[in-house]
Design a protein around this ligand. Structure first.
Ligand code: GDP
Ligand code: MN
Length: 390
């Protein structure tokens, strides 16, 4: 789960990372009020969306007057901000963060990620900040410093100092960097984060380190024990198809094809998507209905898949171990009638109670296309799609 920049700054600041003073605004008037409240003569107004690259996309602006703050805020609210990290639809802007402008001498990059290879939290840092890490990795990979943290010892002082020196920091900045690194690591561990990124981490004109931007992601499987993190969720930033499916216990990921998939088991879902591609088609989604899916859950799965207007064919592929084919078949028949299906549905059932399941499908009299193997199912789904397009 992602959170907003201002939320990440609030968290990191609690752990000891220095951040600029700022205030949240839900309207242009409130943005102007925040600027007055902060004082000074220059402010940075920042769109709060779950995506980076806002600066380049016009979502961040340095303003020199309260009037300018309010005007820029008015132009941002309600807009869909499209950045390099969003899809073409972008992310809706409903909150702004107004900050006192900062005098920047240098911009650094600092990130904490989970390195699956070493099974450790890894720090990635660069003396060249302000540009996206993906671009940095391409343009100037030699500038990236990487350091893994041993879970038995945590981040050690000497490691933190070594990294500070490697970034060219001197004097008091080294101690500040050590504090920041330890704070980020503590926040990462204590809150079950999967990513902490400060880009840019700046050196101010006065020579101090300040986090000018912040990003955090969290392990959704750990949210049950982090209620203070769970409550930061902002559904306006999520794909509505995915959040609704999640509410119903379905694991759904929207894709760009037109063959809707209803599968049990993540592995089988991946294999089915591969088979569809092999047969010349494009899957519209990943969907795992989970084990022991009741007819009601199958109906919800159909509704979720059909909420995508691109879907032209549905492929149901069930290998029932814990599941029961007769339950799934009942769900398919029920869903077909309830939603008033107008597109072809291909069903492949295998495993527990397969004969009963097939009998239910046959007895329904519905024009379902059945298949015995995964390959057959994928081919028939693609064939049904072609026939429609013709
Ligand atoms: P992102 O593009 O979504 O990563 O948003 P950032 O928060 O990183 O802002 C983009 C850029 O705006 C930064 O890299 C800075 O160069 C600039 N910026 C942000 N805050 C300030 C500020 O207080 N003063 C100045 N001069 N520039 C800022
Ligand atoms: Mn940034």
């Amino acid at each position: 789960m992602d959170i907003h920049e201002y939320q990440a700054k609030e968290i990191l600041s609690r752990f000891g990372v220095p951040v600029p003073r700022g205030g949240l605004a839900y309207s242009p008037e409130q943005a102007a009020y925040r600027a007055r409240e902060l004082g000074g003569s220059a402010w940075v107004v920042k769109a709060q969306v779950h995506a980076g690259g806002r600066g380049a996309a016009g979502g961040v602006k340095l303003c020199k007057s309260v009037v300018e703050v309010q005007a820029f805020a008015a132009s941002l609210f309600g807009r869909q901000l499209v950045t390099k990290q969003t899809d073409a639809a972008g992310k809706g802007v409903y909150r702004l963060w107004v900050e006192g402008a900062c005098d920047i001498a240098r911009e650094l990059y600092l990130g904490f990620v989970l390195d699956r290879k070493s099974e450790r939290i890894m720090i990635v840092a660069s003396a060249r900040g302000g540009i996206e890490i993906e671009d940095l990795a391409e343009e100037d990979p030699d500038s990236l410093r990487r350091m893994t943290i041993d879970p038995a010892t945590g981040l050690l002082e000497y490691q933190a100092r070594e990294l500070a020196f490697a970034l060219g920091l001197t004097g008091g900045q080294v101690a500040q960097m050590v504090t920041i690194l330890k704070a980020c690591f503590a926040a990462y561990q204590d809150l079950d984060a999967t990513m902490v990124e400060i880009n840019p981490l700046v050196i101010t004109g006065a020579g101090d380190l300040v986090a000018l931007d912040a990003k955090m992601s969290f392990d959704t499987n750990a949210l049950y024990r982090r209620p203070e993190v769970a409550e930061l969720r902002d559904r306006s930033q999520e794909d509505p198809r995915e959040s609704t499916a999640g509410d119903h216990g379905l694991a759904y990921v929207g894709l760009t094809g037109d063959i809707g998939c209803i599968i049990n088991g993540a592995g089988l879902a991946m294999a089915t998507m591969d088979m569809i591609k092999l047969a010349g088609g494009e899957p519209a989604n990943f969907l795992d209905i989970g084990g022991g899916a009741s007819p009601e859950r199958v109906v919800r799965a159909f509704r979720t898949v059909l909420s995508d207007p691109e879907v032209q064919v549905i492929l149901v592929n069930i290998f029932a171990g814990i599941n029961r084919c007769d339950w799934v078949a009942e769900g398919v028949v029920q869903a077909y009638r309830e939603v008033g299906m107008t597109i072809p549905v291909v069903v492949r059932l295998a495993g527990t109670n397969v004969a009963e399941g097939q009998a239910i499908l046959r007895a329904s009299g519905l024009p379902l296309i059945t298949a015995d193997t995964l390959a057959e199912a994928a081919e028939r789904a693609v064939a049904a799609r072609m026939k429609q397009a013709a």
